[in-house]
Design a protein around this ligand. Structure first.
Ligand code: ZN
Length: 416
């Protein structure tokens, strides 16, 4: 197995206080390098909605994360393989990730709300399902059977199928197939899910090893294990110890994703527990987290990469980020504001267009609105994590965090 094309080097380690270990590093993949910490924008179906890959590169994105579940259903993993892999198919020259599809199979299938940050104080039960939604996914010890959200056809994902699909898609970093639970599940169910995820992790390593041997001419793909365990310290630590040092077919995970139900208030604590158990020298990815305040918490706790759909999703509903908080640019207030969205932002949108113009595009339902707002929001988040990286290098992370938090308002925007 040729692994020399994938590596992770820690370039500096800093303790910003409270025992946490933030670090900077470099992930090397066959398609290029990612300087960490880094925010990885999401292109679920091999496109960051409404934005050219070239624009993503211009705004500083170092990699793109697509989703194996969506690409498996449409256009099919075979098409991506025939095209020469995800990066060639979508004309993205940099590194790529694919999420295994575990979350989507379960969330779309069961009809969960599409957020991982949930409120732990609400009641718990195991048949949690969004109101008026048919249950479309069933988990057993071998895998998940689910109905396509596109055409209702029946499919089955097992750890082996997920590895086969992700090998065909050909991203540089792929994730093990896990069972993603919610904060609503009972403690007993969480324990069962941890056991299943552990058994599935072993099967992912075995299948990944086999496929890597068979596909010697393909660029090496790094496999990350996914740590579950919801809000329970003992389960999180147990899962991290187990997957952190798991070996099968003579290989171990190249890095780790921290996933599943994350209570926003306990985010730093949960990441801290997990990182204390995982091997220090391997990269850590926080799945589905991307709100500015959470990114600071994640970086502080030692996370190397993040992905989240939030920046682009809210952009399409006219919500934009600024240093002082998020606002909705389609509100009447902005009709005559002939200034950039954020005058400290260096993105293409802010250097060429005004709030008044974006307000007009959103009000007129013009598709350019989505493009310009997405460029700004993605730049804002990518740039914020870049700033965190630079501040870790020059020892000013704590000052950056304090300054950002002092000006950023967390008041939720109406309608979001
Ligand atoms: Zn901007």
């Amino acid at each position: 197995m040729v692994k020399s094309s994938f590596s992770f080097d820690i370039t500096s380690e800093i303790s910003p206080g409270n025992g946490a270990r933030a670090r900077t590093g470099r992930i090397t993949t066959p398609h290029g390098v990612i300087e960490t910490p880094a925010f990885i924008p999401v292109g679920t179906k091999a496109t960051v909605k409404s934005v050219l890959p070239e624009s993503m590169k211009d705004l500083g994105a170092q990699a793109i994360l697509a989703n194996a579940y969506h690409l498996y259903l449409q256009p099919g993993a075979d098409i991506l393989e025939e095209a020469g892999g995800l990066s060639t198919f979508m004309n993205w020259t940099g590194p790529t990730f694919t999420d295994s599809g575990g979350f989507q199979v379960l969330s779309l299938g069961v009809g969960f709300k599409k957020v991982l940050a949930m409120d732990a104080t609400t009641f718990r039960r195991d048949d949690v399902i969004a109101h008026n939604k048919e249950r479309l996914a069933h988990v057993d010890d071998d895998g998940v059977t689910f109905k396509s959200h596109l055409d209702g056809s029946m499919h089955r994902f097992t750890p082996e199928v997920s590895m086969q699909v992700q090998h065909k898609i050909g991203a540089d970093i792929i994730f093990a197939f896990d069972e993603c639970t919610t904060l609503h599940n009972t403690r007993g169910y969480q324990e069962g899910a941890i056991e299943r995820t552990s058994a599935w992790a072993t099967r992912c390593l075995d299948e990944h090893y086999k496929l890597t041997q068979e596909r010697v001419k393909s660029p090496y793909q790094a496999l990350f294990g996914v740590i579950q365990g919801a809000q329970y310290e003992d389960l999180r630590r147990m899962a991290a110890k187990d997957l952190g040092f798991k070996q099968s077919s003579g290989i171990s995970f190249d890095g780790f994703g921290i996933g599943g139900a994350l209570d926003k208030g306990a985010l730093g604590q949960i990441v801290g527990w997990v990182n204390e158990e995982l091997p220090r020298e391997k990269p850590k990815h926080l799945l589905g987290i991307g709100a500015p305040e959470d990114l600071f918490v994640g970086v502080e706790a030692g996370i190397d990469t993040f992905d989240c759909v939030l920046a682009s999703r809210i952009a399409r509903t006219s919500a934009v980020y600024t240093r002082t908080g998020r606002f909705n640019i389609s509100n009447a207030t902005y009709k005559r504001q002939f200034v950039p969205i954020d005058d400290s932002c260096d993105c293409y949108t802010c250097t060429h267009y005004t709030r008044a113009y974006l307000h007009h595009l959103f009000r007129g339902k013009e598709i350019l609105a989505a493009t310009l707002a997405t460029i700004h929001n993605e730049r804002f988040i990518v740039g914020l994590v870049d700033q965190m990286r630079h501040s870790l290098r020059d020892g000013t992370f704590v000052e950056l965090k304090e300054e950002f938090m002092a000006h950023y308002t967390f008041k939720p925007v109406a309608g979001h």
